[in-house]
Design a protein around this ligand. Structure first.
Ligand SMILES: [Fe+2]
Length: 447
């Protein structure tokens, strides 16, 4: 029996396997691109090492890509061979991966929470639950999860920065901006390569309208992003979002092409249809066009990927982004198929089924109707679910475009009552006045 870097028991007798596993966890926490390589090294040292198989499965599931699920299921089957020898904690990880591959996300989260109740320093369970709560929009649970685990930690344990960065982001999504910024800055002080802490502070600045602060914050840290995974695209997207708010559209386009949607870059070529990259790109093109900026043929490569991913509904929040690309390129058949796929998924099994039926499907249909200029239909689709959009997952900053879409359509449809209601809700939900938010300011003035 070995121990991990935080002193938790690992069912392997090979010190080399345990150290490679630690390196894989550190890579995953640090958004490095070599986590899988360390997992393979761990398995080379001990082919029966269950936690390494499970980590391999988790990493596959984190792609939120249907094509990767069989690899996760295969890793699960390998881990199961060692089941009789596993600790209770490791068995719960096995249960979690089994439930995740079956689409039963709450069962998955309950397994991770059961681990954290006994072992708050299981940073893998902590970080995975953080992200899965996030993609379910369950921000209160995300906040509770990390704050319950935190007292079980010590500042000198490897992974402490991740606790702070997860706390920072969870608090930010819950509107606790001062605590969020303090925790995020503390994480970045420990390690300026802490990209999740960097990201949490960027969100605070976005939500508070501190666009110049945000640009300076990211600019000051970008020297530490070399060799990191696709999270850096998302950080550049945040930078572009500040510039969009400031009306600096040439800079937005330069960042789009050079920093967060360059199909020729090695990171993008490694995974050209990664969910977060697609969200970044589609949401920014939509914002640019809404601001009257011509975006050329940039939609086309996104629409190609959307068509290739037809039927893959594992990432709820990505679906309406796929639709933005299909609609912008006039691909009516593929757009219709996406709506049909979501309707079918809505009648299927698993945690996402109810979300797809109630929220994802109508939001995707609204994205299509908005492109078609069918303003009344956009309002009919989005108005009833406008306060359910959180169920798509994603951040407040990301979901904002669908609230903008509803307000824009209500204005164009001449539906002043609903426009005023949406604007009132936006005013109540944020400290930043509508007149300082590019997505709502012209509507606020007109209303
Ligand atoms: Fe973000």
């Amino acid at each position: 029996m070995q121990q991990d870097a935080r002193g938790l028991a690992l069912t392997t007798d090979q010190p080399e396997a345990a150290r490679a596993y630690d390196a894989a966890i550190a890579s995953y926490l640090g958004y490095r691109t070599d986590a899988a390589r360390h997992v393979e090294a761990a398995l080379a040292a001990d082919p029966g090492f269950a936690m390494a198989h499970l980590l391999r499965g988790y990493l596959a599931m984190l792609a939120f890509n249907r094509a990767f699920v069989p690899a996760a299921a295969a890793a699960l089957a390998e881990a199961r061979k060692a089941e009789a020898r596993l600790t209770g904690r490791e068995r719960l990880h096995l249960e979690a991966l089994e439930a995740w591959t079956a689409g039963r996300l709450w069962r998955t989260l309950h397994a991770w929470e059961a681990i954290l109740a006994e072992h708050p320093t299981d940073v893998l369970a902590l970080r995975l639950s953080h992200f899965n709560y996030f993609w379910l929009g369950e921000v209160d649970a995300m906040r509770r999860s990390v704050l319950h685990a935190k007292p079980g930690w010590a500042a000198d344990l490897p992974g402490w920065g991740t606790v702070l960065s997860c706390e920072a982001f969870a608090r930010e999504e819950c509107g606790e901006y001062r605590e969020a910024e303090a925790a995020g800055r503390a994480a970045v002080e420990i390690d300026p390569r802490d990209l999740w802490g960097t990201h949490a502070v960027a969100h605070v600045m976005e939500m508070e309208g501190r666009h110049r602060d945000g640009i300076a914050w990211l600019d000051g840290l970008q020297g530490h992003w070399e060799g990191a995974a696709a999270i850096v695209h998302h950080l550049w997207w945040h930078c572009a979002l500040y510039h969009w708010e400031l009306g600096e559209f040439d800079t937005v386009l330069a960042l789009y092409d050079g920093r967060f949607r360059n199909p020729a870059s090695p990171l993008t070529r490694a995974m050209p249809d990664l969910y977060i990259d697609v969200q970044n790109a589609a949401a920014m093109l939509w914002r640019l066009e809404r601001a009257g900026v011509a975006v050329g043929d940039r939609w086309a490569e996104l629409a190609d990927k959307a068509e290739a991913r037809a039927g893959d509904t594992l990432s709820a929040f990505t679906q309406p982004h796929w639709m933005l690309a299909l609609a912008a390129t006039g691909r009516g058949d593929a757009a219709g198929r996406l709506v049909a796929d979501l309707a079918a998924a809505g009648e299927g099994e698993g945690t996402l089924a109810a979300i797809h039926a109630a929220v994802t499907g109508p939001t995707a249909a609204a994205a299509l109707a908005h492109r078609q200029g069918d303003w009344g239909r956009v309002v009919d689709l989005l108005w009833p679910i406008r306060n359910e959009l959180w169920r798509l997952g994603g951040s407040h900053a990301q979901r904002d475009i669908f609230r903008q879409m509803l307000a824009d359509a209500a204005a164009r449809a001449g539906d002043r009552n609903r426009l005023r209601a949406v604007l009132a809700e936006e005013t109540a939900g944020r400290t930043l006045p509508l007149t300082r938010r590019r997505g709502f300011a012209p509507l606020a003035i007109a209303a």
